[in-house]
Each structure stands twice: as C-alpha cells, then as structure tokens.
Design a protein around this ligand. Structure first.
Ligand SMILES: [Zn+2]
Length: 92
C-alpha cells in the first residue's frame, strides 16, 4: 500500500495542490497534454483498483474543483500517467 520508491506515495508537492485528505489528493497535473488546465486526482494508497465508494468520492471532489477552476472540462479515466495509483484527470 505504500512504496518508498513511488513518487506518488511520497506525495511531493510539485505543483499547486487543491485538496488532500486520507483517501486522495488533487493537484495541477505536471503534464497538461495540450490542455489549458489539467487537474489530477490520485488515490493515496498504492493501488490501481480502489473500491467504488473511493472512486465516487474522488470523482465528486475533482468535479467540484474543476467546476470552479476550469469551467468546461472532460474527465480522462485512462490510467496512463501514473503506474501504481488509480487516478483521473479533469481537463479543458
Ligand atoms: Zn505509490
């Protein structure tokens, strides 16, 4: 559940963070992939398959922040940015 060699487990604050609690953290994504704004929400535990309630809480929090910060956005559900952690991005 926690790995010394994983930068996401270390949770270094490399960009602006919007939110963090015992389940997740939400921050500006290092890789914008051409979007004006891209915000990543990451499950804190080193797992690729969190339970549904965790996914729902994370997406709901991300959407609240994205509504305020981005306005019009889409959610990227592909697990391509981060190897060990389930994550989603709001981008627009
Ligand atoms: Zn990790």
């Amino acid at each position: 559940m926690y790995r010394e060699d994983c930068p996401l487990c270390q949770a270094e604050r490399l960009t602006h963070w919007y939110y963090a609690d015992s389940i997740m953290w939400i921050a500006n994504d290092l890789n914008k992939r051409g979007f004006k704004k891209r915000i990543i929400a990451v499950v804190k535990r080193h797992i690729r398959n969190p339970i549904d309630i965790e996914k729902m809480l994370i997406e709901s929090k991300l959407r609240k922040i994205a509504n305020r910060v981005i306005g019009t956005y889409t959610i990227d559900y592909q697990l391509r940015s981060v190897p060990g952690h389930w994550h989603i991005q709001a981008q627009g």
